[in-house]
Design a protein around this ligand. Structure first.
Ligand code: UD1
Ligand code: PEP
Length: 424
């Protein structure tokens, strides 16, 4: 199992290029199932979840090609000949986002069999709202032997438009229902829809494919179903969480970094908090020049749905708070168990206590290197940030979590002067 080993204490300096967003790429890859024509994608991040999704799509019968073998960010997906409508437990257990094939397969193939994702390190994460929405659109859905078995209710030949209000805001739930609704008869209204930029990016691609969607970027999506979708080309939006992760790394280690190919307009809540921390930023349309010359100041924050502070940045900003002056309270409102990094940060010398869904972080002058274990994707990133700020050597074990969602993180950090290496 790969580990990352780093020696902390070097301020980061230089330029970093941000990759396409994992959480936009995953639903967008699934959208290719909605048409028998080719979809051309650019800026696809080269990371494990994308490779897993491509494998799943290939099992289903999608042809995947890389027009330029040396450039894995540019690919063509062609779902002309779907031979299976199944996502097996083997695939879903390694990547929950496999649930995103459910809506498109049901809409295009009229049936789908997708393993029910189990809970994961950060919470129970049920998919009841995906199921509720598809049922409202006329699907019959049964859970059998751990699988969601979905079919069109006879004599229906297509899903039917419906008005759907989800009990809570769900990102992949909105994406599944949005994709399913593009090929339904009539109009679907998704109320309480997620407004995350990745949902908007998916909707932009669907519109290029011929879907009729209004309300993009709002919590009310209106979809007028069409009979067929067609080929399209799309460039995946920049990863706001990767951007925020590098900014937190600069805030924790000090230094000066130009973050390029990013979308500052999708990061309002994160940039506001980093400014409070003391990070100086000059912001352009697709770049941020960040400089940190002082010890960070502790900042309180609470996670919530977009446009508020993202849960996917909670652990990374906690790492900055761990070495800040003052005390911060951090409240996690999206997932019930997303503080697994706290014990590991404390092993590096942090002083963090958990009270229910709030972590109280008493900033310490310095962290000291240790062997720590990654428990999920963003927990891994937070431990890397803490390790880069700590004195001495830190080893982060179980780095496969990090590889799921970051495109060559240690190479990008090395280019910024960090002393970090992968141990196989
Ligand atoms: C691939 C992807 O895009 N993953 C992101 C997506 O995950 P994901 O789409 O799985 O997260 P959701 O937005 O669905 O989850 C939000 C909350 O709603 C609950 N819920 C959700 C659906 C449902 O049917 N029933 C239910 O109870 C979840 O348990 C959670 O407590 O959004 C999360 C919240 O921004 C991010 O942390 C993940 O990085
Ligand atoms: C929780 C995350 O991803 P996933 O939904 O794929 O587990 C994440 O990207 O932080």
């Amino acid at each position: 199992m790969d580990k990352l080993s780093m020696v902390g204490g070097t301020p980061l300096k230089g330029e970093v290029l941000i990759s396409g967003a994992k959480n936009a790429a995953l639903p967008i890859l699934c959208a290719c199932l909605l048409t028998d024509q080719a979809i051309v994608l650019r800026n696809v991040p080269d990371l494990q979840d994308v490779r897993t999704m491509l494998k799943l799509l290939q099992e289903i019968g999608v042809k995947v090609s890389f027009p330029d073998e040396a450039n894995r960010t540019h690919l063509v997906l062609h779902a002309a000949d779907i031979k299976s409508s199944e996502a097996t437990y083997e695939m879903v257990k390694t990547m929950r986002a496999s649930i995103l094939v459910l809506g498109p397969l049901l809409a295009r193939m009229h049936s789908a069999k997708v393993s029910l994702p189990g809970g994961c390190a950060i919470g129970a994460r049920p998919v009841d709202q995906h199921i509720k929405g598809l049922k409202a659109m006329g699907a019959t859905i049964q859970i059998q032997s751990g699988y969601i078995q979905a079919e069109m209710k006879p004599p229906l030949e297509r899903l039917q438009g419906a008005s759907i209000l989800t009990d809570m805001i769900t990102v992949t739930g909105t994406e599944n229902l949005l994709m399913a609704a593009t090929l339904a008869t009539g109009t679907t209204i998704l109320e309480n829809a997620a407004r995350e930029p990745e949902v908007g990016d998916l909707a932009e691609l669907l519109v290029k494919m011929g879907a009729k969607i209004t309300g993009i970027g709002t919590d009310r999506l209106v979809i007028q179903g069409v009979e067929k979708l067609h080929s399209a080309e799309h460039t995946i939006i920049a990863d706001r969480i990767e951007t925020g992760t590098f900014l937190c790394a600069v805030a924790a280690t000090g230094g000066e970094v130009l973050v390029k190919h990013c979308r500052p307009d999708t990061l309002d809540a994160v940039l506001a908090k980093l400014k409070e921390v003391g990070l100086e930023m000059e912001v352009g349309p697709d770049w941020i020049k960040a400089s940190m010359q002082v010890r960070p100041k502790a900042v309180n924050f609470r996670t919530s749905e977009y446009p508020a502070f993202p849960t996917d940045m909670q652990a990374q900003l906690m790492a900055v708070n761990a070495i800040a002056s003052g005390t911060a309270t951090i409240t996690e409102t999206i997932f019930e168990n997303r503080f697994m990094h706290v014990q590991e940060m404390n092993r590096l010398g942090a002083d963090i206590a958990i009270e229910g869904n709030t972590a109280v972080v008493q900033g310490v002058e310095k962290l000291s290197g240790a062997v720590v274990m990654a428990t999920d994707l963003r927990a891994s990133a937070s431990l890397v940030i803490a390790g880069l700020a700590a004195q001495g050597e830190t080893q982060v074990d179980r780095i496969y979590h990090l590889d799921r969602g970051y495109d060559r993180m240690e190479q990008k950090l090395t280019l910024l002067g960090a002393q970090i290496k992968r141990i196989h």
